[in-house]
Design a protein around this ligand. Structure first.
Ligand SMILES: [Fe+2]
Length: 267
């Protein structure tokens, strides 16, 4: 697996506080089958500035010295969306693209999507950047209006869901959205969004297994390997399904009911 969303850098955001925990997260990732991690510290004005790329690279180098070359570590960031995103990118104002590519990971608050986001998304793409929307399945508005997510995808955005959503750790609503959207062609990449060794560790096996059962081994491979590899290598994605949104019943709902009722899992 190539994990494009991972908070493994110590003492830069709400990830690990100490280097020792960061090292342990990397070892857990390696043991889980993650070959490459894109370290994606939060970039959020007023809370986590993280505007010094040099400082982040220095921390990354220190971590790399301790873990060796497995997993391979590259730098990125998780940018908390603001409408001047294009300007921030133009002025190197803190957004670190994923692995030196032209892809940028963008998150929104969990409860809201700001109005008029199509224009800045369009603008950054004019400048040659491709936004990847981080964990839309954990956002109330995208869950209520998946057509908004489909629209952004049709306008060129990509999406990344979280392994822990697929396995229910973020609750039944995020789980249901993640599974429906995988089947409905609204998901391009699956990543851990790991934050620590405790409640949010880098765990992947159960999520990959669930995607395989739901959508097949090929889709699981695309979400965890071929598409994220294309991202960090700066290529177009290998797998881009046509988004389909079915609300209030229909095929996707039946898939969910069949799948959801088959297992009695406790969380
Ligand atoms: Fe994150």
């Amino acid at each position: 697996m190539i994990d494009i969303h991972h908070h493994c850098l110590p003492a830069v955001d709400d990830g690990p506080r100490e280097m020792a925990e960061a090292v342990e997260m990397c070892r857990m990732s390696r043991d889980a089958g993650i070959e490459t991690i894109v370290a994606t510290p939060h970039v959020l004005r007023g809370r986590w500035q993280n505007t010094s790329r040099h400082k982040l690279e220095t921390i990354l180098d220190s971590l790399r010295e301790k873990i060796g070359d497995a997993p391979r570590l590259v730098l990125g960031s998780e940018y908390f969306f603001a409408h001047d995103m294009a300007e921030v990118l133009r002025t190197n104002g803190g957004i670190v693209p994923l692995g030196g590519s032209r892809y940028v990971l963008v998150e929104f608050a969990a409860q809201a999507i700001p109005p008029l986001i199509e224009q800045p998304f369009y603008q950054v793409q004019l400048d040659g950047w491709t936004p990847i929307i981080a964990h839309p399945e954990r956002n109330d508005v995208f869950r209520a209006k998946p057509e908004l997510l489909a629209r952004l995808i049709q306008l060129g955005a990509k999406t990344q869901i979280t392994c822990d959503s697929v396995t229910g750790h973020f609750g039944p609503e995020a789980e249901r959205a993640a599974l429906e959207w995988i089947t409905g062609g609204l998901v391009h990449i699956m990543s851990t969004d790991a934050h620590n060794t405790g409640r949010r560790p880098p765990r992947v096996a159960a999520a990959i297994q669930r995607v395989r059962e739901l959508a097949g081994a090929d889709v699981a491979e695309h979400l965890t390997r071929t598409n994220p590899a294309a991202v960090i290598e700066g290529r177009g994605l290998e797998w881009e399904p046509e988004p389909q949104v079915v609300r209030g019943g229909g095929f996707l709902k039946r898939v969910w009911e069949l799948f959801g009722h088959r297992e009695n899992r406790s969380h």
